[in-house]
Design a protein around this ligand. Structure first.
Ligand SMILES: Nc1ncnc2c1ncn2[C@@H]1O[C@H](COP(=O)(O)OP(=O)(O)OP(=O)(O)O)[C@@H](O)[C@H]1O
Ligand SMILES: [Mg+2]
Length: 351
């Protein structure tokens, strides 16, 4: 058992139902070519039981951000600014200030993460049950009867045949079965937060569907919060109650699913949504976002999106737009939100 630790408690300034509060977080990767600014001034709240989706192109900084929540960033990464406050049972701590012992307990017991492409995360030479027992033991839970009962219960919850999977080796299971087992392992110690980084990317569409259904059911039963990272906007819309659009390491828009999909105010969100094919849309109406994501060692001045933005003005090249709240809970960082809104309405009229 990991020894008792004195938690690094901080004053709770968060609203009642907020369990994770990211404040002005900045992260760089130190490389021989210079610092990669992978996360810049990110702030957001995660509430109890909600699902927050992070959407954005490859390289926008989604994985970096979520790795920081469990302090699993690679050695070359430095948090240069900010706080990550975490609250449970009336006690609030800064994850970045936790001791090594505290953070070890925090992982799995408070916050679990299923990584990108994690279907192969199981050790191939150990039976699945052993990997559940090892995880429990690493967190001081050694009661064999409890572990077995909890493991079987979770297999049932993720709709696996409990007895069969309990004795199985990972190679005896399909990709979808392994992904379900991983979800079960993720919630073994009843975490408050589960981070899912592209949880279904490697799976075929029917298996994806089944995993999403299982996830929803698990969340209803166990009431954890989810941070859901996906390239797939339809999946994000289905899973999440709130969505944050990430561009070049910044949150450029955040709001409810309806805000983001039907009332977006940021041109990057507009671009992401317009670039998704729809049955009702002609191929030539599909709009891809021109250009490439920026180099994060020397990002563009002003608004980082301006070189790719159809609404950019001289001001955008110089002044970074602040993240402004337009409706309660709906924030966007753009100098031309009115033009984006007009374009969105014009596009919707064509659909
Ligand atoms: N270990 C590293 N060293 C240097 N730069 C890194 C490292 N890991 C990520 N980066 C850079 O940090 C930025 C953010 O990367 P990150 O992996 O967080 O993006 P992502 O949104 O998760 O992308 P994807 O959708 O492809 O998974 C990118 O510019 C990436 O090249
Ligand atoms: Mg990633």
């Amino acid at each position: 058992m990991i020894g008792a630790v004195k938690p690094t408690i901080v004053e709770n300034t968060m609203k009642n139902d907020v369990i994770l509060q990211v404040q002005d977080l900045s992260i760089v990767y130190q490389t021989p070519r210079g610092d990669v600014m992978a996360t810049t001034d990110v702030s957001f709240d995660l509430r109890k039981g909600e699902t927050m989706a992070l959407i954005g192109e490859s390289g926008s900084g989604k994985t970096t951000l979520s790795l920081s929540f469990i302090r699993m960033l690679p050695n070359s990464a430095r948090v240069t600014k900010g706080k990550i406050l975490y609250s449970r049972d009336g006690v609030t701590r800064d994850i970045l200030e936790m001791s090594d012992n505290e953070i070890r307990r925090f992982r799995w017991s408070d916050c679990a993460m299923v990584f990108q492409g994690a279907q192969n995360a199981f050790n191939p030479v150990l039976r699945v049950r052993q990997q559940f027992a090892d995880t429990a033991a690493a967190h001081g839970k050694t009661d064999k009867a409890w572990i077995k009962q909890r493991t079987l219960e979770l297999f049932k919850l993720v709709r696996l045949d409990p007895e069969r999977v309990y004795e199985a080796y990972p190679h005896e299971m399909s990709g979808g079965m392994r992904q379900r087992s991983l979800l079960a392992l993720g919630v073994l110690l009843d975490p408050q937060i589960v981070i899912l980084d592209e949880p279904t990317t490697a799976l075929d569409i029917l298996t994806q569907r089944a995993i999403i259904d299982v996830l929803k059911e698990m969340q209803q039963r166990l009431n954890f919060s989810i941070i859901f990272i996906s390239h797939d906007l339809a999946l994000a819309a289905e899973m999440a109650s709130r969505v944050a659009t990430v561009y070049a390491g910044e949150i450029v828009e955040e709001g409810s699913v309806e805000d983001i999909f039907y009332r977006h105010r940021h041109p990057y969100t507009l671009g992401l949504i317009r670039s998704v094919p729809r049955l009702s849309r002609q191929q030539d109406e599909l709009m891809s976002i021109p250009g490439e994501p920026p180099n994060l060692i020397t990002p563009p001045s002003g608004c980082k999106f301006h070189p790719r933005c159809m609404f950019a003005s001289d001001k955008c090249k110089v002044d970074p737009p602040p993240l402004v709240e337009y409706e309660p809970g709906h924030r966007a960082a753009c100098w031309h939100t009115d033009k984006v809104a007009a374009a969105r309405i014009a596009f919707a009229a064509q659909d």
